[in-house]
Design a protein around this ligand. Structure first.
Ligand SMILES: NC(=O)C1=CN([C@@H]2O[C@H](COP(=O)(O)OP(=O)(O)OC[C@H]3O[C@@H](n4cnc5c(N)ncnc54)[C@H](OP(=O)(O)O)[C@@H]3O)[C@@H](O)[C@H]2O)C=CC1
Ligand SMILES: O=C(O)[C@@H]1CCC=N1
Length: 267
């Protein structure tokens, strides 16, 4: 178990999910986690999980060795101006804020400190995130710790920072895109006879199976698709109809739209 203390500033969807994942992983004791948030009910929920609730962001940052900022893009500047006096070269700043670069974070912190920019997704609560990590030049001594931290919470990939917007669209937004596929498939399933509950279970387990086929074999999806599409059979009929209606094209355009939005400026 790690002895470093972790502060999480902003315990909403992602900050809260990180706390849940960390506690499940056993990587850190609840008493070594400090959260701060401006919403009282969020803090009550965190308290119930046994983690420390700080009076304010500065107190959380002061008490921790590692500070994870998980506030919306338009709040990060205020948060960093509040906590910058607590940051130094021995502390690690990890930002999951979409669309805010390492240089900008450094400028907001106003000093040369180790900064990691990290892009997880909400499956982090189940230790099933795909987390992309990039870092500034002051982080060599801390990289192993940070990779290890996020490896407890799923799979971790180190990327060049220029790919961070792409990582956000593909992995972080990707959870919602995949879930929308599941919802649509369920709606189809209901129309052909299943109850909503059974349609959800069948769809989710089917998606899990498809995922494992790709992850465990490393095969290109089309190779596995070829095994399903019997000539003159039902699968190719359905697939071609989906493509006539723009299935792949609409997914690709959606990913590009998300990417372009991040690139434009989220603040
Ligand atoms: N949601 C996701 O799937 C992902 C999100 N991200 C990034 O993570 C960040 C957080 O997103 P998400 O968790 O969805 O957002 P949430 O709004 O759910 O969580 C942010 C929390 O921080 C609180 N907060 C706002 N300002 C402050 C402040 N000054 N001090 C302390 N707490 C504050 C918010 O309160 P209030 O509601 O009052 O503002 C809220 O409770 C964003 O920058 C996003 O880009 C990255 C990957 C995935
Ligand atoms: O939608 C958003 O802006 C955030 C960033 C990635 C996922 N959720």
């Amino acid at each position: 178990m790690e002895n470093k203390k972790i502060a999480i500033i902003g315990a909403g969807n992602m900050g809260g999910a990180i706390v849940v994942g960390l506690l499940k992983s056993g990587f850190i004791k609840a008493t070594n986690i400090f959260v701060s948030d401006r919403r009282e009910h969020v803090l009550e929920e965190m308290k119930a999980r046994g983690v420390n609730v700080a009076q304010n962001n500065s107190e959380a940052a002061r008490k921790a060795d590692v500070v994870i900022t998980a506030v919306k893009p338009y709040h990060i500047e205020n948060v960093l101006s509040e906590i910058k006096s607590e940051l130094n070269e021995d502390k690690i700043l990890i930002s999951i804020v979409a669309g805010v670069g390492i240089d900008e974070l450094g400028a907001m912190a106003g000093k040369e400190i180790p900064i990691f920019r990290v892009m997880p997704n909400t499956a982090i609560a189940l230790q099933e995130s795909l987390t992309c990590v990039s870092a500034n030049g002051n982080t060599h001594a801390h990289k192993e710790y940070v990779m290890n931290l996020f490896n407890q919470l799923g799979e971790t990939v180190e990327i060049q920072e220029e790919l961070m917007a792409a990582a956000t669209a593909l992995s972080s937004c990707g959870i919602a895109f995949a879930l929308r596929y599941i919802r649509a498939a369920m709606q189809g399933g209901i129309e052909i006879g299943f109850s909503a509950e059974l349609a959800q279970f069948i769809t989710a387990q089917t998606v899990k199976g498809a995922t494992e086929l790709v992850l465990q074999t490393g095969h290109h999806p089309e190779r596995e698709i070829d095994k399903v599409t019997t000539p003159r059979g039902v699968t190719i009929t359905g697939l071609n109809e989906m493509e006539h209606k723009g299935f792949s094209s609409s997914l690709i355009q959606g990913i590009l739209a998300s990417y372009n939005k991040i690139e434009k400026d989220l603040r």
